[in-house]
Each structure stands twice: as structure tokens, then as C-alpha cells.
Design a protein around this ligand. Structure first.
Ligand code: BG6
Length: 478
């Protein structure tokens, strides 16, 4: 076998993220001919390489339907394990394995250990040379603006911003990537992508899932931190940013940051006009009866953590002044349904009826497709209109589907920073949500029945004569 080009070190290699997501993604990339780096699992467990490989193989057999022994037999030669602590000494052991090859260090660790790991790697001189060493971190990047800045400062002691790859897995999703491609490639959209033509934007990410045993994290986080500050804010940014002049990471990040900076600060005394929160009560999801959030194991019986959050953003720039952007996400809702929906203004004078708005909808779940809601004459003897959907699935059935992790891991290997938020984006996103987080430290979220469309209070943040789209808004019905 040819010498691997570089070394991909996973710190926290005995954990769940490695088992369920990272190794399956790496294996699939390898099987498709895109991966050639050595993989070093690093963890304090007293394992050796054969033990680690058994563990990895078990995960692959569980999570990769097309797993093949023949591929595994070749792939496993790339996989080794090193036992060690997250201290300077342990990382010096790693330095011997890495040698002078390019290396990526993936922190598959609890966030409390990010700082220590980044420092120990730096002390062992693993952050040098700058162009050949990369550090990958997963959210959460802090729990508010101040803690995000502290984490940034710690990482920056040994790592430059250009070496840090922050995973927001939504940026590896096809629909997120397509948002920009579709927007910036189709001439008919270029001239309408502004306040003159767009009336509102709604981004919905609805899940039927509940806590899934993640109470330790979720009780500290809630929906606003878990989904809106990062994933939905990134989708918003891709819709609202100005087109970059060139396809280059820093140019892209500059434009993303600029639009985030243009988001009007949410006044601390008017948070209720901008944000709505809810917490699920017991109910029926699909056909299953599920308990209330507060009755979930380990959740505080008086927890005020929100399992649903909605936010209205105003962008005070020339392109978007006066156009509301609505973002919402929740657990235990009626359906697994996600979309980015752009509402166009009506024509100036509707000869054939009122209230006939066009929508351009990028659907993410249950399937990825692009829908355009248009109005056409109803066949028959009158000029009555009816709603039609021009709809195209995003992918053909015979096309390979790459997971968000596959997309992002490959980008890390290639040193492509475009799909990774730069620190100033993260900072601005915290700046936007911080007043809401502060307001939500008191009071209680509104209850909503599990299996419903969320709290009724979400309607409160809507501008007059606007309404949330239904979750799972079906195709041809008005
Ligand atoms: C994660 C959140 O980042 O994204 C989860 O922590 C959420 O709470 C998940 O369920 C949703 O993403 P996906 O890709 O699994 O739909």
C-alpha cells in the first residue's frame, strides 16, 4: 500500500461520535476511493490497535449498510490506536506517530475538554507547521458570546484561526450547499433576491425525536442553542448573504459575517415580539404515546429548558430592509419536516384574485427537493386560478448520497475551509441570540402537546397578515 499522505487523529476515539458517525463516514469515503489518510484513534482506554479495530468494525457493521469484509480488510490497515491522556506527555507520544506529515486533529470530546486538548497538542508542538496541521472542533462553541470568546482565546493560544475547522454538520448537507449554488446560478433568481420581491423567509426544522438520552447536554442547552444559534442561523446566512465575488473561503466568510452583523439587535425589553419558546407535554407522536419533557428520565421536574424555539430576524441592509426572516425548530413535533421557504410578494395588481403568493421551497426533510409554488388557470370555463407545485427531487434515485460528515471530513482533508464557520460568524450568531437567552432565564416556556405543531405563541412573532406555513405543508392544497 502507498504511504498515507497524512494522519487523521481522533481524540476521544472510544466515544460515541467516533463509533456512530466519524468512522462510518471515513469508511464510506475510503470505499468510494476518496480516503487515503492514516487514522489514529486516541483515547485513555487501555486498548491496542486490534481491540480498536474490532470496536470500529462493530460500528461499521451496524451503521454502514453496504459494509463489505473485503473493503474492511484493506481499510483496517490504515487504522491504529494509541492510548494516552490529554496532556503534554500523551500528545508527545502522538507526535512520534504523526512525524512530519500533514495531520488533522479531530476533537471528538466533551466540550469541557476542548481547551485542554488544543493546548496539550500545541505544547507537544503538533500545531506546527501552520499550513499542515488542522484542528477540528464540534459544537457547542460556548454557551453564549462571552464563553465562545473564552474558548476562542484558548484555542488561539496554539492554533491560528486558519487552522481551526468548526463542524456545523448542516453545512455538509446537500440542501445547505445547494442553497448558494441554486441562488447564484439561476438568472431568474438573481434579480428578485431582495426586498422588492421577497416578502418573508421561513426556515423550519421540525423533529419527532425527543431527548434520545441526551439530557445531560440538552438540559444545559435547549432548542435555541442546540439548533437556532448554529444550524438555522447558518441556513439563514446562506439565504441572506450577498453573493461573493469569488469562491474563496475568506471572501465567503466575510460576506456571511457581514449579513449577520446587519441583523438588528433584539431589544431586551421586547424579546416576546421576536422570540417564542415552548416545551413539550405528553402526547402522541405518530402512533406512540410519549411523556412530557419534564417527565423524561433525569430532566428536572421544573425544567424551563425550551424544546421549541422560534425567532424573527430583521436584516437592516439595503437588500433586506423590511423583510422578516423566521426561524424555528422543535422536538416532538408532528412530523420530521424541514424546509427553507422563500415567499415572494404578490404581483402589483392581481387581476385573477388576491393572496396568490409564490413560494420557492428548499425542502430538506422528509426528502430533499425544490418546490416552486405557482398559480395557474384552473382548466374549465372560468378564469379561476389554482395552486400548482413545480417540484423536482434534488437527487435521482441512482445517485450516491454522501452524508454531511462525509462532505465535511473530505473538505478538512482538502484544506477547504468554505463549509466551516469562521469565529466571527459564531460570535455574531451569539450576539443575536444572547438577549433572548438572558430573557429566557426567567419564566416558563409555553407547553405544547407532543405530536402537535408547537406552541400557539409562535404566531405572536409573525407580522400582520403573515402566518407560519404548516409543518409538512402538503403539495397541492392551498
Ligand atoms: C444536532 C442537534 O446538532 O442536530 C440535535 O444537537 C438535532 O438535537 C440534530 O436532532 C438534527 O440534525 P440531523 O442532521 O440529525 O437532522
Amino acid at each position: 500500500m502507498a504511504q498515507p499522505e497524512g494522519t487523521f487523529v481522533i481524540l476521544g476515539a472510544s466515544g460515541d461520535l467516533t463509533y456512530r458517525l466519524l468512522m462510518p463516514a471515513i469508511y464510506r469515503l475510503y470505499a468510494a476511493g476518496h480516503w487515503s489518510w492514516q487514522v489514529v484513534g486516541y483515547a485513555p482506554d487501555a486498548w491496542d490497535s486490534p481491540r480498536f479495530r474490532d470496536h470500529v468494525k462493530e460500528g461499521l457493521m451496524a451503521f454502514v449498510p453496504e459494509f463489505e469484509d473485503s473493503v474492511w480488510n484493506r481499510f483496517q490497515e490504515l487504522v491504529v490506536f494509541q492510548s494516552g491522556e490529554l496532556d503534554k506527555g500523551g500528545c508527545e507520544g502522538l507526535a512520534e506517530i504523526v512525524g512530519d506529515k500533514p495531520a488533522v486533529f479531530y476533537l471528538a470530546l466533551p466540550p469541557t475538554l476542548f481547551g485542554q486538548a488544543a493546548q496539550s497538542l500545541g505544547q507537544a508542538n503538533l500545531a506546527q507547521p501552520v499550513t499542515e496541521r488542522r484542528l477540528v472542533v464540534e459544537k457547542p462553541f460556548g454557551h453564549d458570546e462571552a464563553s465562545a470568546a473564552m474558548l476562542r482565546n484558548t484555542l488561539h493560544q496554539y492554533w491560528q484561526e486558519s487552522q481551526i475547522y468548526r463542524i456545523d454538520h448542516f453545512l455538509g448537507k446537500e440542501t445547505a450547499q445547494n442553497l448558494l449554488v441554486f441562488r447564484l446560478t439561476n438568472r431568474f433568481l438573481a434579480s428578485i433576491w431582495d426586498r422588492e420581491h421577497i416578502r418573508s423567509v421561513q426556515i423550519t426544522y421540525a423533529e419527532t425525536l425527543g431527548l434520545e438520552g441526551r439530557w445531560r447536554y440538552y438540559e444545559q442547552a435547549g432548542a435555541l442553542r442546540d439548533m437556532l444559534q448554529n444550524h438555522l442561523m447558518q441556513l439563514f446566512t446562506l439565504v441572506a448573504m450577498d453573493p461573493p465575488a469569488v469562491w474563496a473561503a475568506d471572501t465567503l466568510h466575510n460576506h456571511k459575517t457581514e449579513v449577520l452583523r446587519a441583523v438588528r439587535p433584539i431589544p431586551p425589553d421586547a424579546v416576546d415580539q421576536y422570540a417564542s419558546r415552548g416545551q413539550y407535554r405528553q402526547g402522541i407522536v405518530g402512533t406512540a404515546a410519549v411523556p412530557a419533557y419534564r417527565d423524561e428520565p433525569h430532566v428536572a421536574p421544573d425544567s424551563r429548558i425550551e424544546t421549541f424555539a422560534a425567532l424573527k430576524l430583521w436584516v437592516d441592509n439595503w437588500r433586506w430592509h423590511g423583510v422578516p426572516f423566521y426561524l424555528r425548530s422543535g422536538k416532538r413535533l408532528s412530523q420530521d419536516y424541514a424546509e427553507v421557504a422563500i415567499e415572494l410578494k404578490e404581483v402589483p395588481r392581481g387581476l385573477f384574485g388576491a393572496g396568490l403568493a409564490n413560494w420557492l421551497v428548499f425542502r430538506m426533510k422528509p426528502d430533499e427537493r425544490i418546490d416552486m409554488v405557482v398559480w395557474a388557470k384552473e382548466p374549465g370555463l372560468t378564469l379561476a386560478t389554482r395552486r400548482r407545485i413545480l417540484s423536482t427531487p434534488y437527487r435521482r434515485e441512482d445517485e450516491v448520497e454522501y452524508s454531511a460528515y462525509e462532505q465535511l471530513l473530505l473538505a478538512v482533508l482538502q484544506g477547504d475551509r468554505t463549509p466551516f464557520p469562521r469565529y466571527d460568524e459564531v460570535e455574531e450568531a451569539w450576539r443575536i441570540v444572547d438577549p433572548v437567552l438572558t430573557a429566557w432565564q426567567t419564566g416558563d416556556p409555553e407547553g405544547y402537546a407532543a405530536g402537535s405543531e408547537g406552541p400557539t405563541g409562535q404566531a405572536r412573532i409573525m407580522e400582520p397578515h403573515m402566518a407560519w406555513r404548516r409543518i409538512g405543508e402538503s403539495d397541492e392544497t392551498p
